[in-house]
Design a protein around this ligand. Sequence first.
Ligand code: PAF
Length: 287
Amino acid sequence: MKAGDMIVTSSIPELRQWRWQQPAASYGFVPTMGYLHEGHLSLARRARAENEFVVVSIYVNPTQFAPTEDLSSYPRDLERDLALLRGEGVDLVFAPDDALMYPPGFQTYVTVEQATQGLEGASRPMHFRGVTTVVAKLFNLVQPTRAYFGQKDYQQSVVVRQMVADLNFNLEVVVCPTVREADGLAMSSRNKYLTPPQRQAATVLSRTLRHGLVLLDEGERNGRTLRAAMQGMIEAEPLARLDYISVAHPITLQELEQVGDQAVLSTAVFIGKTRLIDNMLWQVREA
Ligand code: PAF
């Protein structure tokens, strides 16, 4: 199917035939679960600027959702997504269904062992197995030169980089800055679930992380003290329920007792039933 100049397909042979028409060209790839927002579009724009061809996938991947999570209610609007991607000059959208991605008899999964242990991996035990499995399949199908991920899912970007290195995928992982609303809330398809008072309360994530950065800039280096200060801010918001707050090393994701010259501050918070995540990187400033 053609939508404007953009090809929209759910066919693996069609995707492969298109991909290999110009084998030596550069291909930028943005994997998404649809219901696109400015964060996704910033990835598509970056891919457009850096590659000859741009592929976006839209697929709500069931294997990364636990049975208790929001798979069935996850927001979807394919027509709107396609219009937005057409506006960004995307060349091909791959929008498979479950039968294509996980046919009967499917039994192979990709697991990154260590980087998946803490943070999101601790709260959502099978989540990253689903992410790495689907991302590995999509990388095999698209064979991109570069793949684009948002910093908002920081641990995901670390896990995908590890998988790319360990399994020798011949591509570069590009991680792009989190795109935020004017009041600091990180853009997420799940923000749609928030009622107006919850939407206001949701700013507690970015306010808390920014406070952590300020404490670090002021010289606080004790991980426990930083976590306690940030936890206190989240707990002061009546509509928020803390899942985790973390001060970790940005590469190993190990919790830090004492911060050295860099850290990633991250948090997951329930606002009502909606679970939101956010993170900010900190680096010591040269005097
Ligand atoms: O970040 C996401 O939207 C998903 O985890 C991804 C990478 C598209 C895999 O389903």
